[in-house]
Every structure is written in C-alpha cells, then in structure tokens.
Write a protein that binds this ligand. Structure first.
Ligand SMILES: *[C@@H]1O[C@H](CO)[C@@H](O)[C@H](O)[C@H]1NC(C)=O
Ligand SMILES: *[C@@H]1O[C@H](CO)[C@@H](O)[C@H](O)[C@H]1NC(C)=O
Length: 446
C-alpha cells in the first residue's frame, strides 16, 4: 500500500518536475511578454475596506479543527513570492476562501528588494510589488521576508530554517501561481458536497492527511517525508526528513534540484505519497476581480485574459463541459492532479446556485490552465508587470530572465556531475544510491 514512489510521482520526476517548470515559467513570464499592457488591481475592493468580505460559510474553518486530528500545532502554509502580485494575491485569497485560516498562511517575500515593499516604495507595475497592508492588516495573513533574493533551492532550505527556529513539526507549502478550490461538489471517498454533513475543505483534508502521516509514523514506522496534493502544487513537509538528508542542494538552484532532493529522500527510505486535498490549478492569469472567490453578488468569475484559447479536443463550451468526459480530459491534461467530483452532484448542479457559481469558478480555473499551457501559452499573458524604473532595486527585466537561464543551466551541470546522469530517474533509471553522489562516472556518451 505504501509504495515509496507512486507511478504518477515517478512520471513527474521523469518529466523533470512541474514545480520548477512553473517556477522558471513565472520568473520568465513576468518579464518576457512583449505586451505593453499594464497590470490592473486584481481586487479593488480590498483598498476600500479594513476587513475582507466573509468567506462562503461552508468553507469557514471550524475553530481548532487541527485538534480534532490530534495535531499539536495548527499547520502553517508557506507561499513564496518573488514577482507578479495579482497572481500571488489570487493564490492567497483562493486558499482563504477555500477554508485555510489566514492566521496560518505565511507569505514569504523573496523579492530581494529589502524593505522597499514594506515601506510602500514600489508601484503596482513593478514586478516585485507586494502590498503589505493588504496581505497583513486587511487579509490577516503573515508576511516573512527573506534577507536577500534566494534561489528556489535556497528558499526551500529557508522554509526548513523557519520550521526549525519556530518549532514547527510540519508545514505545508504552495506555489504562488495557483488557484485553489475545495471540493465543494464532493468527491467520491474523499468528501461529500459542501451542503452535506462531513464536508471537508482543502484545509481539513490537509489536516487529515497530516494526521494519517503521523499515525503511519507512530504505528508502522513509516518515515514520511512529503505528502503531495493536486500533483505537487501543494505539499506537506516533514522537516525531520529534510534534515536527515541534509536539505536541498543549493548548488543546483532551480531546475533538477527537486529531482536531486526527492531522489535522496527516497534513497534514504523516506516516503513521498499523494493525498487528495482540493483543486489546485496552476495558472499565469488572474480573475478580473478576486471578489468572485467570495462569491459576491454581481461579480462574475471571469478572467483578465479576454480570449483564452479553448482546451484542445474539446472546444465545446456548452453545458456539456462538466460531464465526466470533460472532467477526465482536464484531469489528464493537468497532470493527474485534479480530481473529479462525483457524478451525482454534477448532474444536480443546475438546481443549486452555489454549485453553479462553484462550477463557474472551476471553469475559469480550467481556462486559466489552458491559457497558460495551451498553444498561445506563454507569450499571451496580458497581466505582466514591466514597470518600476527608478524605484529601489530595479533590475532590467530581460537581463533578469536571461541570467536565471544561465544559472539554471549551471545547476543542471552540477546535477550531471554529481550523479553522472542527466535525467531525473536516478533510482529507477540509473540505479543509484545515496553514497554514489559525486562518485560515479557519467553514464552517457557525448
Ligand atoms: C496597498 O493597500 C492599501 C490598503 O488596501 C491601499 O490603501 C494602498 O493604496 C495600496 N498601495 C498601493 C501602492 O497600491
Ligand atoms: C532502505 O530499505 C531497504 C529495504 O528495507 C534496505 O535494504 C536499505 O538498507 C535501506 N536503506 C537505507 C539508506 O536505510
């Protein structure tokens, strides 16, 4: 039952890891679109209020849910931010409205701009812009700043540092470019729909998975390292596992560093398993108005991109779009991470305005996914921020993107020399063990 590496995970690793594709992608999109359009405030309402609107009541976290799952600490969720404020704000707001308590969300500002954002010195058109007031005072989430701009691998080790210095026995982390929804229409064997007893939000399912991991450790000596949700868009980490293998290799700063880390965990017999959590879609566009996530009256859940491409195969946008077939297509296309709600609630959707709205959000998130990954893909994102000239720590945009590519390639070379292998499949493909690092000849011919 507890296979050490589920095949889907292996596929992920072989594919070279979506996490880093996403990360690099985000670094690049912020700078590489030729568009001259500017970013608009994704959530105008926030500037006019001192508290956000109430979240859908079925997603309101019950007090101290974590205690129901015998968790000594309400689990923190870390979301790293380097650039693209509208995308980050969407991720944060979507976690809150899906039921994650704001007081347990930590945005880790990793912009390399020192106190510029804290002191309101950057403008919305600056890629590194982040509004501390909106995140902190209004939404009630925590903000932690990295002391300098960190690479992806360094940021992961910084998360570990936070866990160790704050005595967090576990933490969740998520990418900043996701839109998260709880399974409000229900999912077989996971949760009933939002209006039935026993409904569980993404937060509660996270607590449950954590409880199961801790139980597996206590009762079956499972050495659990990571639980992945929705592909690897959200992950639950056991800091003890990261420590046991010496943390992330910061000499492999971006691409391939997760292959290195995850392979070392598996080589040392730590487990990485998948668990259901919610629909966590990766995206490079944002809803026109994030008030939609609060289901506010009169706000349509539509996108900033006015003309996202239709999904391949199924350009049909009629009501058939929420049939099982469509769900399976989307699931496959999104890397197997998106689970599908049960057919009963799909068939009943027309009778319930709450579910209608939920499906409209799901549809918007699907379009965002296709807008990011479809043919028109990377060059069409219209929300890019290209300004900020003259502001503190300004860095030429094109140069930044090019430099990241150079550093990324250097990291690949470190990986190749470290393992004598070019691909991600260090265990299954190359048969390597943990002591082989920096001790093996290369296994390919030039
Ligand atoms: C940041 O948020 C505050 C509070 O919502 C708002 O008053 C302010 O105008 C925002 N700053 C910028 C630069 O958008
Ligand atoms: C991992 O488990 C296998 C099988 O139980 C064992 O042979 C091996 O020595 C273990 N490896 C490590 C590094 O603990």
């Amino acid at each position: 039952m507890l296979s050490k590496m589920p095949s889907r995970r292996l596929t992920t690793l072989l594919a070279g890891s979506s996490a880093f594709v996403i990360f690099i992608f985000l670094l690049r999109t912020a700078f590489s679109t030729g568009s001259s359009s500017s970013s608009s405030d994704p959530f105008p309402l926030l500037s006019t209020v001192s508290a956000p609107p109430p979240i859908p009541k079925w997603n309101q976290p019950r007090k101290d849910i974590h205690k129901t799952y015998n968790l000594p600490l309400a689990p923190p969720l870390l979301i790293g931010f380097t650039r693209s404020w509208p995308i980050l704000l969407q991720a944060v707001v979507s976690y809150i409205t899906a039921g994650w308590p704001p007081s347990q969300i930590y945005v880790v500002e990793n912009t390399g701009t020192q106190l510029a954002n804290k002191h309101g010195k950057l403008s919305l058109q600056n890629p590194f812009f982040l509004n501390h007031t909106q995140l902190g005072s209004v939404l009630g989430v925590n903000i932690i700043q990295t002391p300098v701009l960190l690479s992806f691998a360094q940021l992961q080790n910084y998360y570990l540092h936070l866990a160790l210095t704050r005595d967090w026995p576990y933490y969740f982390w998520s990418h900043q470019d996701v839109l998260t929804l709880s399974f409000e229409a229900g999912l077989d064997d996971v949760t009933p729909p939002y209006n039935q007893p026993g409904y569980k939000t993404v937060y509660e399912l996270g607590c449950q998975a954590l409880h199961e991991a801790r139980t597996a450790q206590d009762e079956r000596d499972e050495k659990w390292a990571v639980r992945f949700f929705a592909y690897d868009h959200l992950a639950l980490v056991n800091p003890a596992a990261y420590e046991a293998v010496g943390g992330w290799d910061t000499l492999i700063p971006y691409y391939m560093t997760d292959c290195d880390m995850h392979s070392r965990l598996l080589m040392d017999n730590w487990t990485m398993l998948d668990a259901p959590g919610g629909t966590v879609t990766d995206t490079s566009s944002a809803l026109r108005d994030l008030a939609a996530l609060y289901r506010m009256d009169g706000v349509e859940p539509d996108l900033v991109d006015p003309n996202p491409p239709a999904p391949p195969e199924e350009a049909d946008t009629s009501d058939k779009r929420h049939t099982k077939r469509r769900g399976q297509g989307a699931r496959k296309a999104q890397g197997g991470g998106q689970q599908e709600e049960n057919a009963d609630s799909i068939n009943n959707k027309a009778s319930d305005p709450n579910l209608d709205y939920y499906w409209a959000l799901r549809h918007a998130s699907d379009l965002m996914f296709w807008s990011k990954h479809g043919e028109r893909g990377r060059n069409t994102w219209q929300g890019g921020q290209h300004g900020g000239q003259g502001e503190p720590y300004h860095y030429p945009a094109e140069g930044f993107a090019e430099a990241i590519d150079v550093v990324t390639e250097a990291g690949r070379e470190v990986y190749r020399r470290k393992w004598g292998h070019r691909d991600c499949d260090l265990i299954a493909g190359a048969g390597l063990k943990i002591d082989d690092q920096w001790r093996v000849e290369k296994d390919w011919k030039d």
